[in-house]
Design a protein around this ligand. Structure first.
Ligand code: PMV
Length: 344
């Protein structure tokens, strides 16, 4: 049996713009997703995050279903409409997605046998914390370890990116990169290879005072939210994407030079732009406003539409009290933790 864990992530800044080739800064967070893998004659998928969620399929079924999913993905890249893919993978409690996650790894690594996977996670899914990318990274690592494929981190990351495409259509690859390598990273989607730079040397420490909050709203998937932004008029979308990109560069300078008031303004300006891209919600807006009123900063994280927000104030206790008074639970976590690892 092999046990692997991979961390969730937050976007300090740059979500959505990163899909259009602009840079983003991401941090691995101190909550992890765990995958246990064992050899098996079929493909058994046990997701312990949802009670009694256990499924088993024959290997041939998994491989055939994977071909169908890959076909739908190719179709989506041509038509720029991934709805048929998203509908397909969601059906039957995400059976299509789950089979493809295992099927793609088996196909790419030339694995003939089956596998039993048990999945568990310390953070909520569909919240902007990158649970699907942590799953991708951990599943790739677990299956490759189990079948002794000795993949490098960069190979794990590349294959995880293929899994992310199935659930998100055209993801940037930033989430899986942050989960794979960990730490605080500068990421940019690029061809033929995405750019990843650890920021450890340049940004030796992060300020105190970050708190996460989960709005817990019922939300659309990342793929659907990416599609929503893509469907905005280009003349409206493009300048806002460029503006976010400028903020990403400014953020690096602010963090490097420890100018935290500047960092605060950048976060607030970024939230405004994400709102204009129509991925914020009333709840996010009202939390952001309350945090701004006490002199802090707050923004949505990841695709948006509800879920995790990143909040900052130099007085962390005041920030936590303000969030609690609004009826939400402030959540402290480490930023910049270790990436994927084999658990002993
Ligand atoms: O909501 P999440 O955790 O899946 O993050 C998505 C971030 C986007 O920039 C919107 C998409 C991407 O692939 O980078």
């Amino acid at each position: 049996m092999v046990k692997v864990s991979a961390p969730g992530k937050i976007h300090l800044i740059g979500e959505h713009a990163v899909v259009y080739g602009e840079p983003a800064i991401l941090a691995a967070v101190g909550k992890r997703l765990f995958v246990e893998a064992e050899k098996h004659d079929a493909v058994k998928y046990v997701d312990l995050r949802w009670e009694t969620d256990s499924k088993e399929w024959a290997v041939e079924d998994v491989l055939e279903s994977t071909d169908r999913v890959l076909e739908l993905w190719s179709h989506g890249t041509q038509t720029k409409d991934f709805s048929p893919l998203f509908n397909h993978i969601k059906a039957d409690r995400y059976a299509g997605y789950r089979k493809a996650v295992v099927g793609i790894v088996m196909k790419k690594l030339g694995i003939k046998g089956g596998v039993k996977l048990a999945i568990n996670c310390e953070f909520p899914t569909s919240a902007g914390l990158g649970s699907s990318s942590a799953l991708s990274v951990a599943v790739v690592t677990a299956i490759s370890e189990l079948y002794e494929k000795q993949l490098s981190l960069s190979q794990i990351n590349e294959l995880s990116y293929d899994l992310e495409k199935i659930i998100h259509g055209t993801p940037s690859g930033g989430d899986n990169t942050a989960s794979c390598y960990g730490g605080l990273i500068w990421f940019q989607k690029s061809s033929p290879q995405n750019v990843m730079m650890p920021l450890k040397e340049e940004i030796s420490s992060m300020p105190e005072g970050f708190v996460l909050v989960n709005t817990r709203e019922e939300k659309s998937s990342t793929g659907e939210l990416i599609q929503k932004v893509r469907l905005l008029e280009e003349s409206y979308r493009a300048p806002r994407i460029k503006e976010i990109s400028k903020l990403v560069y400014e953020m690096k300078v602010a963090l490097k030079s420890k100018k935290y008031d500047l960092m605060k303004d950048i976060i607030n300006r970024d939230q405004q732009l994400l709102k204009e891209l129509e991925v914020s919600t009333d709840e996010i807006d009202s939390i952001a406003e309350a945090v701004r009123k006490i002199g802090g900063a707050a923004k949505l994280c990841g695709a948006g539409g509800g879920g995790i927000m990143l909040c900052w104030h130099k007085d962390k206790d005041l920030l936590k009290r303000t969030i609690s008074q609004l009826g939400y639970e402030p959540w402290e976590t480490q930023l910049g933790v270790e990436g994927v690892r084999i658990e002993k």
